[in-house]
Design a binder for this molecule. Structure first.
Ligand SMILES: [Zn+2]
Length: 402
């Protein structure tokens, strides 16, 4: 049976249920699967036989006998098939090929050209996937699915990039074009939501039903998981907290509105604030380091200066943290999540942003429980979105839902 065939096999809910039970509890016996899934033993035996034939599952060691014959245990055959994930950011794309447990086999990163059309972007992605498969040495027929975490507004059910602000492109038919090109099932999601799903399955969201995962970069996005499922909203804009209005009389945002959270707490604003302070003649080692860096002030550089005790660097990061804290306090009062996960480039400043952020939540959220809301950094870091893109495929395989 071909791999695409075995993916089709998962179109049965019960097969996915058994596969996911083996994923979460393996090595596990057929009898134990029947007990946990409440399926009848003959049903389990039949479906397991199909899974064994598809090579997605294999028999492993012998279990402990409770009297009588020792049961044969089943486990996922992690490297029987592979998944491709892509993180298409504003400036660069990252691609990985992983096994069925999201373990990375090979990773590639490429800067995106500055001028892109819908066609040239799609061609860029095709070339990247081709190169990845070729360099991995893994036959294409073993690739089970392709997941894409795309920046901007995404229609996930159609697999279309509705609007990609960094490229100024609209209506990018990602799923259609990639599926036609590779004949591999393809899933597309907004990058912040992909990151959220990745954290939920393989990161700091494991075990929590309701989470908000915030992606701090040039823009500020978030993904929301409600009762273990991603929440999209009617038009896929749920979670766009960067455009939460925090200042009625604020400056103009890229979205056309005024005073959005990302106009006061986005990555670019952080650098602008530093630049402004320096022009007033304020002393800071940021200036010296930037001079060595060809005059460029980066987020990384500001963080480094904060570590070295520079007061301006510490001050601007804290201000950003407090403003993000305002946005997150609003989110906590609105949704009352189990946990908030903070990721993205700016999250690398760690405690310099996170502590002031938590201070605002701890003093301003509605109730004592809300003020204690668990706020942690992303576990997957730079690979969060790309692992999330892989998880789009794995979720469909293991839970028969997307
Ligand atoms: Zn805005």
């Amino acid at each position: 049976m071909s791999v695409t065939g075995s993916f089709q096999l998962m179109k049965s809910l019960n097969r996915s249920l058994i596969l996911n039970t083996i994923r979460l509890n393996g090595p596990i016996s057929r009898a134990e699967i029947a007990k946990r899934t409440k399926l009848t033993p003959p049903t389990v035996t039949n479906l397991v036989a199909e899974l064994l034939e598809s090579k997605l599952v294999r028999e492993s060691e012998i279990g402990v006998s409770k009297g009588g014959r020792k049961p044969i245990l089943l486990t996922i055959n992690w490297k029987s098939s592979y998944v491709i994930g892509l993180d298409v950011g504003g400036h660069r794309a990252t691609a990985v090929l992983t096994d069925l447990n999201a373990e990375i086999e090979i990773q590639k990163m490429k800067s995106l050209p500055t001028k892109l059309t819908v066609d040239s972007l799609l061609q860029f992605l095709i070339t990247m996937i081709d190169t990845l498969i070729e360099e991995s040495g893994i036959p294409k027929k073993k690739v089970l699915g392709i997941g894409i975490g795309m920046h901007g507004i995404v229609n996930h059910s159609e697999g279309v990039g509705v609007f990609a602000p960094n490229f100024n492109l609209t209506n990018i038919p990602i799923k259609d074009v990639l599926q036609t090109q590779f004949s591999i099932p393809t899933f597309v999601e907004n990058d912040a939501r992909a990151l959220t799903l990745g954290e939920s399955w393989f990161g700091n969201g494991v075990g929590f039903e309701n989470i908000i995962c915030v992606n701090l970069g040039v823009g500020i996005g978030a993904g929301v998981i409600l009762q273990n499922e991603l929440f999209h909203g009617r038009n896929g804009i749920a979670g766009e907290i960067g455009h939460m209005i925090v200042d009625l009389h604020g400056s103009k945002c890229s979205c056309g509105s005024y005073g959005c959270l990302q106009t006061v707490a986005g990555g670019e604003v952080l650098k602008e604030r530093v630049g402004k302070e320096l022009t007033t003649g304020r002393r800071s080692i940021i200036q010296d380091k930037a001079n060595m860096n060809g005059g460029t002030i980066t987020g990384e550089l500001i963080h480094q200066c904060a570590i070295e005790g520079d007061s301006l660097a510490i001050e601007v990061l804290a201000e950003t943290g407090r403003l993000l804290g305002v946005g997150l306090t609003n989110m906590i009062n609105f949704m009352n999540p189990d946990r908030i996960i903070v990721g993205g480039g700016m999250a690398k400043a760690k405690e310099f942003i996170l502590n002031p952020l938590k201070d605002v939540v701890r003093s301003r959220a509605l109730t004592s429980e809300a003020r204690e809301t668990d706020i942690v950094l992303s576990k997957l870091g730079d690979q969060g979105t790309v692992i999330g893109a892989v998880t789009l495929v794995l979720k469909s395989l293991y839970t028969h839902s997307y």
